[in-house]
Design a protein around this ligand. Structure first.
Ligand SMILES: Nc1ncnc2c1ncn2[C@@H]1O[C@H](COP(=O)(O)OP(=O)(O)OP(=O)(O)O)[C@@H](O)[C@H]1O
Length: 278
Protein backbone atom coordinates (compact mmCIF):
# COMPACT_ATOMS: atom_id res chain seq x y z
CA UNK A 1 0.00 0.00 0.00
CA UNK A 2 1.25 3.49 -0.83
CA UNK A 3 0.84 6.20 1.82
CA UNK A 4 0.80 9.81 0.68
CA UNK A 5 0.76 12.67 3.15
CA UNK A 6 0.44 16.00 1.39
CA UNK A 7 0.80 19.41 3.02
CA UNK A 8 -0.68 18.31 6.32
CA UNK A 9 -0.95 20.77 9.22
CA UNK A 10 -2.50 20.49 12.66
CA UNK A 11 -2.43 23.09 15.42
CA UNK A 12 -3.35 22.88 19.10
CA UNK A 13 -4.31 26.06 20.93
CA UNK A 14 -3.06 28.15 18.03
CA UNK A 15 0.39 26.51 17.89
CA UNK A 16 1.35 24.13 15.11
CA UNK A 17 2.19 20.58 16.22
CA UNK A 18 2.62 19.52 12.58
CA UNK A 19 3.11 22.11 9.85
CA UNK A 20 2.93 21.52 6.11
CA UNK A 21 4.29 17.97 6.26
CA UNK A 22 4.47 15.94 3.06
CA UNK A 23 5.86 12.45 2.62
CA UNK A 24 5.26 9.42 0.42
CA UNK A 25 5.89 5.88 1.61
CA UNK A 26 6.15 3.47 -1.31
CA UNK A 27 4.62 -0.03 -1.17
CA UNK A 28 6.98 -2.39 0.67
CA UNK A 29 9.04 0.45 2.14
CA UNK A 30 9.97 0.74 5.79
CA UNK A 31 9.96 4.45 6.59
CA UNK A 32 11.05 5.77 9.93
CA UNK A 33 9.91 9.16 11.25
CA UNK A 34 12.25 10.50 13.90
CA UNK A 35 12.65 13.76 15.78
CA UNK A 36 13.40 15.13 19.23
CA UNK A 37 10.77 15.55 21.96
CA UNK A 38 7.79 17.57 20.82
CA UNK A 39 8.80 17.40 17.14
CA UNK A 40 5.28 16.35 16.13
CA UNK A 41 5.82 12.61 15.62
CA UNK A 42 2.83 11.42 17.68
CA UNK A 43 0.60 14.04 16.09
CA UNK A 44 1.64 12.96 12.59
CA UNK A 45 1.07 9.32 13.58
CA UNK A 46 -2.46 10.13 14.75
CA UNK A 47 -3.17 12.10 11.56
CA UNK A 48 -2.25 9.02 9.51
CA UNK A 49 -3.97 6.48 11.78
CA UNK A 50 -7.18 8.53 11.99
CA UNK A 51 -7.19 9.47 15.67
CA UNK A 52 -6.87 13.11 14.54
CA UNK A 53 -8.05 15.00 11.46
CA UNK A 54 -5.76 17.59 9.86
CA UNK A 55 -6.64 21.30 9.74
CA UNK A 56 -5.37 21.34 6.17
CA UNK A 57 -3.73 18.88 3.79
CA UNK A 58 -4.51 15.33 2.74
CA UNK A 59 -3.69 11.74 3.66
CA UNK A 60 -4.18 9.11 0.95
CA UNK A 61 -3.94 5.32 0.88
CA UNK A 62 -3.21 4.01 -2.62
CA UNK A 63 -4.34 7.38 -3.93
CA UNK A 64 -7.70 7.40 -2.06
CA UNK A 65 -8.11 10.34 0.34
CA UNK A 66 -8.83 9.16 3.90
CA UNK A 67 -8.10 12.25 6.01
CA UNK A 68 -11.77 12.64 6.96
CA UNK A 69 -12.31 8.92 7.73
CA UNK A 70 -12.35 7.75 11.36
CA UNK A 71 -9.71 5.27 12.52
CA UNK A 72 -11.92 2.17 12.23
CA UNK A 73 -12.70 2.90 8.57
CA UNK A 74 -8.98 3.31 7.85
CA UNK A 75 -8.40 -0.02 9.66
CA UNK A 76 -10.97 -1.66 7.38
CA UNK A 77 -8.93 -0.36 4.42
CA UNK A 78 -5.83 -2.16 5.66
CA UNK A 79 -4.18 0.10 8.23
CA UNK A 80 -2.85 -1.76 11.29
CA UNK A 81 -1.69 0.25 14.32
CA UNK A 82 0.59 -0.55 17.23
CA UNK A 83 0.28 2.19 19.84
CA UNK A 84 3.08 3.10 22.21
CA UNK A 85 1.07 2.41 25.35
CA UNK A 86 0.11 -1.23 25.72
CA UNK A 87 -3.61 -1.58 25.12
CA UNK A 88 -4.02 -5.10 26.39
CA UNK A 89 -7.45 -6.40 27.30
CA UNK A 90 -7.12 -7.69 30.82
CA UNK A 91 -9.00 -10.81 31.81
CA UNK A 92 -8.43 -12.23 28.34
CA UNK A 93 -5.71 -14.61 27.19
CA UNK A 94 -3.00 -13.55 24.76
CA UNK A 95 -4.81 -15.55 22.05
CA UNK A 96 -8.14 -13.80 22.72
CA UNK A 97 -6.37 -10.43 22.61
CA UNK A 98 -5.01 -11.20 19.16
CA UNK A 99 -8.35 -12.53 17.91
CA UNK A 100 -9.88 -9.11 18.62
CA UNK A 101 -7.54 -7.70 15.96
CA UNK A 102 -9.15 -9.83 13.27
CA UNK A 103 -12.68 -8.55 13.80
CA UNK A 104 -11.95 -5.33 11.90
CA UNK A 105 -11.60 -7.39 8.74
CA UNK A 106 -14.20 -10.16 9.13
CA UNK A 107 -17.39 -10.03 7.14
CA UNK A 108 -19.79 -10.54 9.99
CA UNK A 109 -17.86 -8.98 12.90
CA UNK A 110 -19.05 -8.45 16.42
CA UNK A 111 -22.80 -8.54 15.76
CA UNK A 112 -22.70 -12.02 14.31
CA UNK A 113 -20.46 -13.16 17.16
CA UNK A 114 -22.91 -11.74 19.70
CA UNK A 115 -25.97 -13.28 18.02
CA UNK A 116 -24.16 -16.55 17.19
CA UNK A 117 -25.44 -16.43 13.63
CA UNK A 118 -24.80 -19.36 11.24
CA UNK A 119 -21.30 -19.15 9.86
CA UNK A 120 -20.06 -17.57 13.04
CA UNK A 121 -18.40 -20.76 14.34
CA UNK A 122 -16.63 -21.39 11.05
CA UNK A 123 -15.37 -17.83 10.97
CA UNK A 124 -14.34 -17.99 14.62
CA UNK A 125 -12.30 -21.14 13.91
CA UNK A 126 -10.64 -19.38 11.01
CA UNK A 127 -9.78 -16.33 13.14
CA UNK A 128 -8.44 -18.53 15.93
CA UNK A 129 -6.19 -20.26 13.43
CA UNK A 130 -4.96 -16.92 12.09
CA UNK A 131 -4.40 -15.55 15.61
CA UNK A 132 -2.32 -18.60 16.58
CA UNK A 133 -0.22 -18.09 13.45
CA UNK A 134 0.33 -14.41 14.40
CA UNK A 135 1.35 -15.39 17.94
CA UNK A 136 3.77 -17.88 16.47
CA UNK A 137 5.09 -15.22 14.04
CA UNK A 138 5.83 -12.88 16.93
CA UNK A 139 7.44 -15.53 19.15
CA UNK A 140 4.50 -15.70 21.56
CA UNK A 141 3.13 -19.20 20.85
CA UNK A 142 4.02 -20.38 24.37
CA UNK A 143 1.99 -17.51 25.87
CA UNK A 144 -1.21 -18.14 23.88
CA UNK A 145 -3.34 -19.36 26.77
CA UNK A 146 -1.84 -17.20 29.52
CA UNK A 147 -3.67 -14.08 30.77
CA UNK A 148 -2.38 -11.17 28.67
CA UNK A 149 -1.62 -9.01 31.72
CA UNK A 150 1.00 -11.55 32.87
CA UNK A 151 3.19 -10.89 29.83
CA UNK A 152 6.41 -8.87 30.43
CA UNK A 153 6.60 -5.49 28.62
CA UNK A 154 8.62 -6.85 25.67
CA UNK A 155 6.03 -9.55 25.06
CA UNK A 156 3.16 -7.09 25.55
CA UNK A 157 4.64 -5.02 22.72
CA UNK A 158 4.96 -8.15 20.57
CA UNK A 159 1.32 -8.94 21.45
CA UNK A 160 0.20 -5.56 20.09
CA UNK A 161 2.09 -6.37 16.92
CA UNK A 162 0.48 -9.84 16.70
CA UNK A 163 -2.96 -8.23 17.14
CA UNK A 164 -2.28 -5.71 14.38
CA UNK A 165 -0.98 -8.48 12.09
CA UNK A 166 -4.12 -10.53 12.68
CA UNK A 167 -6.07 -7.81 10.87
CA UNK A 168 -3.80 -8.54 7.84
CA UNK A 169 -2.77 -4.90 7.40
CA UNK A 170 -1.26 -3.61 4.18
CA UNK A 171 0.15 -0.60 6.02
CA UNK A 172 1.53 -1.10 9.51
CA UNK A 173 1.94 1.97 11.76
CA UNK A 174 4.26 1.51 14.76
CA UNK A 175 4.44 4.24 17.41
CA UNK A 176 7.72 4.14 19.35
CA UNK A 177 7.64 0.35 19.63
CA UNK A 178 11.07 0.20 21.29
CA UNK A 179 10.33 2.64 24.12
CA UNK A 180 10.81 1.20 27.59
CA UNK A 181 12.25 -2.07 26.31
CA UNK A 182 15.50 -3.60 27.55
CA UNK A 183 18.39 -4.19 25.13
CA UNK A 184 17.57 -7.86 24.48
CA UNK A 185 13.87 -7.05 23.96
CA UNK A 186 14.79 -4.27 21.52
CA UNK A 187 16.97 -6.67 19.61
CA UNK A 188 14.15 -9.19 19.38
CA UNK A 189 11.72 -6.50 18.23
CA UNK A 190 14.17 -5.19 15.61
CA UNK A 191 14.53 -8.71 14.16
CA UNK A 192 10.76 -9.07 14.11
CA UNK A 193 10.25 -5.74 12.30
CA UNK A 194 13.03 -6.56 9.82
CA UNK A 195 11.22 -9.85 9.09
CA UNK A 196 7.93 -8.04 8.41
CA UNK A 197 9.74 -5.64 6.09
CA UNK A 198 11.29 -8.60 4.25
CA UNK A 199 7.76 -9.96 3.66
CA UNK A 200 7.09 -6.81 1.64
CA UNK A 201 4.79 -5.01 4.09
CA UNK A 202 4.63 -1.22 4.02
CA UNK A 203 5.68 0.02 7.45
CA UNK A 204 5.78 3.48 9.04
CA UNK A 205 7.81 3.46 12.22
CA UNK A 206 7.69 6.53 14.45
CA UNK A 207 10.58 6.46 16.85
CA UNK A 208 12.47 8.67 19.25
CA UNK A 209 15.50 6.37 19.31
CA UNK A 210 17.60 7.08 16.22
CA UNK A 211 19.94 4.12 16.82
CA UNK A 212 16.98 1.73 16.72
CA UNK A 213 15.80 2.84 13.26
CA UNK A 214 19.18 3.37 11.54
CA UNK A 215 19.61 -0.27 10.51
CA UNK A 216 15.90 -0.99 9.93
CA UNK A 217 14.63 1.85 7.76
CA UNK A 218 14.86 2.18 3.99
CA UNK A 219 14.40 5.92 4.38
CA UNK A 220 14.07 8.28 7.30
CA UNK A 221 12.01 11.46 7.61
CA UNK A 222 13.19 13.85 10.33
CA UNK A 223 10.77 16.22 12.03
CA UNK A 224 11.68 19.18 14.19
CA UNK A 225 9.23 21.73 15.56
CA UNK A 226 6.47 20.24 13.42
CA UNK A 227 8.27 20.48 10.09
CA UNK A 228 10.24 18.03 7.93
CA UNK A 229 13.88 19.12 8.21
CA UNK A 230 15.50 16.18 6.39
CA UNK A 231 14.62 13.03 4.50
CA UNK A 232 16.77 10.32 2.96
CA UNK A 233 18.62 7.04 3.43
CA UNK A 234 19.87 6.41 6.98
CA UNK A 235 23.49 7.28 6.15
CA UNK A 236 22.49 10.62 4.56
CA UNK A 237 20.26 11.56 7.48
CA UNK A 238 22.89 10.61 10.05
CA UNK A 239 25.38 12.99 8.46
CA UNK A 240 22.93 15.85 7.90
CA UNK A 241 23.99 18.92 9.91
CA UNK A 242 20.36 20.01 10.42
CA UNK A 243 19.58 16.66 12.03
CA UNK A 244 22.63 16.82 14.28
CA UNK A 245 21.69 20.34 15.31
CA UNK A 246 18.08 19.34 16.06
CA UNK A 247 19.13 16.44 18.26
CA UNK A 248 22.28 17.69 19.92
CA UNK A 249 21.82 21.44 19.77
CA UNK A 250 23.43 23.86 17.32
CA UNK A 251 26.70 23.93 19.25
CA UNK A 252 27.36 20.18 18.84
CA UNK A 253 30.85 19.59 17.49
CA UNK A 254 30.11 16.02 16.40
CA UNK A 255 30.18 15.47 12.68
CA UNK A 256 27.76 12.57 13.10
CA UNK A 257 25.39 11.23 15.73
CA UNK A 258 27.55 9.11 18.00
CA UNK A 259 25.58 9.12 21.20
CA UNK A 260 22.11 7.70 21.54
CA UNK A 261 20.10 10.89 20.95
CA UNK A 262 17.27 9.53 23.09
CA UNK A 263 19.56 10.18 26.05
CA UNK A 264 20.35 13.74 25.05
CA UNK A 265 18.17 16.56 26.26
CA UNK A 266 16.93 18.48 23.23
CA UNK A 267 17.32 22.25 23.01
CA UNK A 268 14.48 24.27 24.55
CA UNK A 269 11.58 24.75 22.12
CA UNK A 270 12.00 27.82 19.99
CA UNK A 271 8.34 28.71 19.96
CA UNK A 272 8.81 31.42 17.37
CA UNK A 273 10.17 28.80 14.95
CA UNK A 274 7.22 26.47 15.31
CA UNK A 275 4.77 28.99 13.95
CA UNK A 276 1.42 30.14 15.20
CA UNK A 277 -1.80 29.03 13.58
CA UNK A 278 -3.51 32.16 12.19
N1 LIG B 1 -3.63 17.18 22.27
C1 LIG B 1 -2.76 18.18 22.34
N2 LIG B 1 -3.07 19.37 22.89
C2 LIG B 1 -2.22 20.39 22.94
N3 LIG B 1 -0.95 20.32 22.46
C3 LIG B 1 -0.56 19.18 21.90
C4 LIG B 1 -1.43 18.04 21.81
N4 LIG B 1 -0.75 17.03 21.19
C5 LIG B 1 0.47 17.52 20.94
N5 LIG B 1 0.59 18.79 21.34
C6 LIG B 1 1.77 19.66 21.19
O1 LIG B 1 2.24 19.51 19.87
C7 LIG B 1 3.65 19.43 19.82
C8 LIG B 1 4.08 18.13 19.18
O2 LIG B 1 3.78 17.05 20.06
P1 LIG B 1 3.94 15.52 19.67
O3 LIG B 1 3.47 14.74 20.86
O4 LIG B 1 3.28 15.26 18.38
O5 LIG B 1 5.52 15.39 19.52
P2 LIG B 1 6.43 14.10 19.57
O6 LIG B 1 7.46 14.30 18.53
O7 LIG B 1 5.58 12.88 19.46
O8 LIG B 1 7.09 14.17 21.01
P3 LIG B 1 7.58 12.98 21.99
O9 LIG B 1 8.79 12.36 21.37
O10 LIG B 1 7.89 13.73 23.26
O11 LIG B 1 6.43 12.03 22.13
C9 LIG B 1 4.13 19.60 21.27
O12 LIG B 1 4.47 20.94 21.47
C10 LIG B 1 2.93 19.21 22.08
O13 LIG B 1 2.92 19.86 23.32
Amino acid sequence: MRLTVDGVSRAFGGVYAVRDVSLTVEPGELRAVIGPNGAGKSTLFALIGGQLAPDTGSVALDGEPVERLPAHRRAARGVGIVFQAARTFHGMTALENVMVGAHATTRSGFLSAALRLPGHHREERHIRHRALACLDRTGLAAWAHRPAEELPLGQQRALQLARALCGEPRLLLLDEPASGLRAAEREHLATLIAGLRAEGRTILLVEHDVAFVMRLADRITVLDLGRVIAEGAPAEVRADPRVIAAYLGPTAENSEIKTDPAMVRPPAPRSGDRGVHP
